[in-house]
Design a protein around this ligand. Structure first.
Ligand code: FES
Ligand code: FES
Length: 158
């Protein structure tokens, strides 16, 4: 076992983990952060996406020990003072989900995308979330939601 210290959703944790424990399993099983989900075993679906030091990563492709000393943000850490993050709000308002399984990862990937590109075109949104698969929506409402959230986030910065 290896001891790691990590900040997750603003709280500090120190835990013993197996060297081979994946970050997604650490988050779900040791910290109870079950909002981050596993959708595949091939690193393909993106459902497990979280932010590691501000960058979107598929948490099934990162070892927990690699997150030691870092700041992890999950879908459970983005609402502020009881208010949904603009990206969560836009997915809700524009029906950017059906079964919702892809949604935590889709939202985390989209926040990172808008951080890099505050005014993405439809094409840029589609390209930016190509690592995140949705089996239900056909993506149209997801793209609209990301663009609406981007507009709101630009307004919030102005
Ligand atoms: S569970 Fe991580 S990419 Fe599918
Ligand atoms: S809403 Fe079902 S997989 Fe995307």
């Amino acid at each position: 076992m290896t001891q790691i210290s990590v900040r997750v959703d603003g709280a500090s944790y120190t835990d013993e983990v197996e060297p081979r424990t994946l970050l997604v399993h650490y988050l779900r099983e040791q910290l109870g952060k079950v909002g981050t989900v596993v959708g595949c075993d091939t690193s393909n679906c993106g459902a497990c996406t979280v932010h590691l030091d501000g960058e979107a990563v598929k948490s099934c492709t990162v070892l927990a020990v690699q997150a030691a000393g870092s700041e992890v943000t999950t879908i459970e850490g983005i609402a502020q003072n009881g208010s949904l993050h603009p990206m969560q709000k836009a997915f809700h308002e524009l029906h950017g989900l059906q079964c919702g399984y892809c949604t935590p990862g889709m939202i985390m990937a989209s926040i990172d995308l808008v951080g890099d590109n505050p005014d993405p075109s439809e094409h840029e949104v589609r390209e930016g979330i190509e690592g995140n698969l949705c089996r239900c929506t056909g993506y149209q409402n997801i793209v609209r939601a990301v663009q609406q959230a981007a507009a709101e986030m630009r307004g919030a910065q102005a």
